[in-house]
Design a protein around this ligand. Structure first.
Ligand code: NAD
Ligand code: TYD
Length: 341
């Protein structure tokens, strides 16, 4: 099988590319990534020279480029991770979110229609369901929970989901969608809560907590998200949505305190800052469908996954310090100026 992984130089797409390349030597994995501020080729370094891997730099919104790529490569499966992914950035500047997260999806699906495909898989998010109240722990998101978004980011992801379903119904495109809860783990860009807390705590810098830190997220170790997507592209049914989550709900303050404790750092580093506008209160997934229909099971509970993650950040200081000091953006130039892609 030839699999296109878009956004594979980012956090989850990078972890997915590692998993695919190592687990399926008989498959060819092509990563397409525009290398925006969130894309980092150092994430792909461990698999860069594997015979079943190829990296291509390009933008999913560039119709001519995508058309040419599909014509030459003849992909069997497309897994679309490429997106603008940070809620706070979407509040500052929504436009690029609409371009990449909606128009880019259209461009990819048009190429899938034109050149034929076994499956287009859209990586979506629990944020398309909006939020749940803090005082109703009995409520969870199900696949048929109405779409109800809060931020420009979640609105753009929800729009893409609707478009994907429209392409399935109207043109018969074989599609699946997965909606996952918050991920954490190796190669997570340090603007997001968990890697931000780890990197700042190690530097004895203040830890910004929005509002009172009471908002709840349902945390999933990134590898468990990747194994779920792997199952969906191989065994999932066309036209279906699958929720992914591991029942690991934690308030932001709990997450921050757990990390500080494990690093032996003082809670005095916590600094309460102005809340995010429109801040979703609580996300919580019901993953029963993927568990019963596809037999997916997460391997990590939060308590264990966070320890593994902290250890990874301690063992890979170069990776995140290059991001913090901006060096990672020179990497492409350095590694690729004399190397044809
Ligand atoms: P990320 O920001 O770490 O990575 C996104 C990648 O996409 C980057 O490598 C970036 O360079 C690339 N990219 C951006 N615009 C592009 C474009 N126009 N063309 C080609 N490449 C482009 O994001 P992530 O956290 O890895 O998220 C991946 C996907 O998973 C996103 O679709 C996101 O909505 C979804 N998701 C994320 C989470 C989470 O907790 N991070 C949870 C559920 C779903
Ligand atoms: P984030 O990692 O940005 O993911 P998302 O907004 O997609 O859930 O944020 C996770 C939670 O942590 C969210 O409730 C916002 C909060 N947060 C902080 O309190 N401080 C921070 O510096 C960041 C980045 C997030």
């Amino acid at each position: 099988m030839k699999i296109l992984v878009t956004g594979g130089a980012g956090f989850i797409g990078g972890n997915f590319a590692h998993l695919m390349v190592n687990q399926y030597p008989e498959d060819d994995i092509v990563v397409l990534d525009a290398l925006t501020y969130a894309g980092n080729l150092e994430t792909l370094e461990p698999i860069m020279d594997k015979p079943n891997f190829k990296f291509v730099k390009g933008n999913i919104c560039d119709r001519d480029f995508v058309d040419e790529l599909f014509k030459n490569e003849k992909f069997d499966v497309v897994v679309n991770f490429a997106a603008e992914s940070h809620v706070d950035r979407s509040i500052e500047n929504p436009e690029i979110f609409l371009e990449t997260n909606i128009m880019g999806v259209q461009v990819l699906m048009d190429a899938c229609r034109k050149y034929g495909i076994q499956r287009y898989h859209q990586v979506s998010t629990d944020e398309v369901y909006g939020d749940l109240p803090l005082d109703r722990p009995d409520l969870l998101f199900h696949e048929d929970t109405p779409i109800h978004t809060s931020s420009p980011y979640s609105a753009s992801k929800a729009s893409a989901d609707l478009l994907v379903m429209a392409y399935h119904r109207t043109y018969g495109l074989p599609v699946t969608i997965s909606r996952c809860s918050n991920n954490y783990g190796p190669y997570h860009f340090p603007e997001k809560l968990i890697p931000l807390v780890i990197s700042r705590a190690l530097a004895e810098e203040s830890i910004p907590v929005y509002g009172e830190g009471a908002n709840v997220r349902d945390w999933l170790y990134v590898r468990d998200h990747c194994t779920a997507i792997d199952l969906i592209i191989r065994k999932g049914k066309d036209g279906e949505v699958y929720n992914i989550g591991g029942h690991n709900e934690k308030s932001n303050l709990e997450v921050v305190k757990t990390i500080l404790k494990q690093l032996g750092k003082s809670e005095d580093l916590i600094t309460y800052v102005k809340d995010r506008p429109g801040h979703d209160l609580r996300y919580a997934m019901d993953p029963e469908k993927i568990e019963t229909e596809l037999g997916w099971e997460p391997e990590y509970r939060f308590e264990e996954g966070i320890k593994v993650t902290i250890q990874w950040y301690l063992d890979h200081k170069d990776w995140w310090q290059h991001i913090v000091n901006g060096e990672y953006q020179d990497y492409y130039e350095k590694m690729y100026k004399n190397r044809e892609l």
